[in-house]
Structure formats: structure tokens, C-alpha cells
Design a protein around this ligand. Structure first.
Ligand SMILES: [Cu+2]
Length: 146
């Protein structure tokens, strides 16, 4: 098959690899959401999946939002206490899904520039070293409510 048929097949192939998801280079963003405490929250945790479909490693180097400062955190349990520390960057290995989720790597939204509540949406911009910037809307859900 040559000509238009080949092109159509290529387009269909592209669509099955996460059509509609925000994308930075070979990295698709899925399952993105903030979690916030129901009352008087001063921070929100950001969870998402980075699905790397390519073959060359990428690196998450920065994140920002339209509602406050965003940092990349790692967490680990020490003497029964959850400790978080900021990461400069986060490596995104090729051919794998990197999950930012509760108790592991996650994003932290702080220093709110407007009041935020469950049901709101915050625009998040991720900057990847290779893929470049991608901006998308992330809904806010209640903390601990899976
Ligand atoms: Cu954190």
C-alpha cells in the first residue's frame, strides 16, 4: 500500500498512542490531578503519569502554574514520619511510565495566588529538557478521596 493509504495508517497509529493527552516530545501526560484539603489549604499535591513512548531519556526540569509556585518533591518514610524534599530535576526514563503519586515523587503547589478549592482547575506547565514545554488543565480533587 502506497500513497494516501500509508499516510492514513501512520495517522491512525499516532492516534492510538495516547491521542488527546498533553504531550512533550515523546512524553504523554495522563491521570493528572491536584489533591487538596477541604478547608484552609495552603498547598496542594500534584499527581500524574508521564508515559515516555520514545527511546531517549528526558528530564523534567521545571514546573509552574497559573495559581502558585510549583516544585518537584520526593518523599520517603523515616522513623514512621513522611519526609519530603525538593528535587532539582526528575529523570524520565524512555519506554516507561513515571508515576508521581502519593508517598512517592509528586508535585507541590504552594504560595497560592488565588483561592483554590475542590472542583477548581489549575493550569500546569511542565518543562522537559528534550521535549520542551507542555501546558494543560489539572482538576483539583479532595485529598485522600480515591
Ligand atoms: Cu511535597
Amino acid at each position: 500500500m502506497k500513497g494516501p493509504g500509508v499516510i492514513l495508517a501512520l495517522l491512525l497509529g499516532a492516534c492510538t498512542q495516547g491521542g488527546g493527552l498533553p504531550r512533550s516530545g515523546d512524553v504523554l501526560v495522563a491521570e493528572a490531578e491536584w489533591r487538596i484539603a477541604p478547608a484552609a489549604a495552603t498547598s496542594a499535591a500534584g499527581y500524574l503519569e508521564l508515559r515516555h513512548l520514545g527511546t531517549l531519556a528526558d528530564t523534567l526540569v521545571a514546573a509552574r502554574s497559573d495559581a502558585g509556585a510549583v516544585s518537584i518533591h520526593s518523599s520517603r518514610t523515616e522513623n514512621g514520619l513522611m519526609m519530603m524534599r525538593p528535587l532539582e530535576v526528575l529523570e524520565i526514563l524512555p519506554g516507561r511510565t513515571t508515576r508521581l503519586r502519593s508517598g512517592e515523587h509528586h508535585l507541590m503547589l504552594e504560595q497560592f495566588t488565588r483561592p483554590l478549592a475542590v472542583g477548581d482547575t489549575v493550569q500546569l506547565t511542565l518543562q522537559l529538557a528534550r521535549g520542551g514545554e507542555v501546558t494543560f488543565a489539572m482538576p483539583i480533587r479532595m485529598v485522600g478521596n480515591d
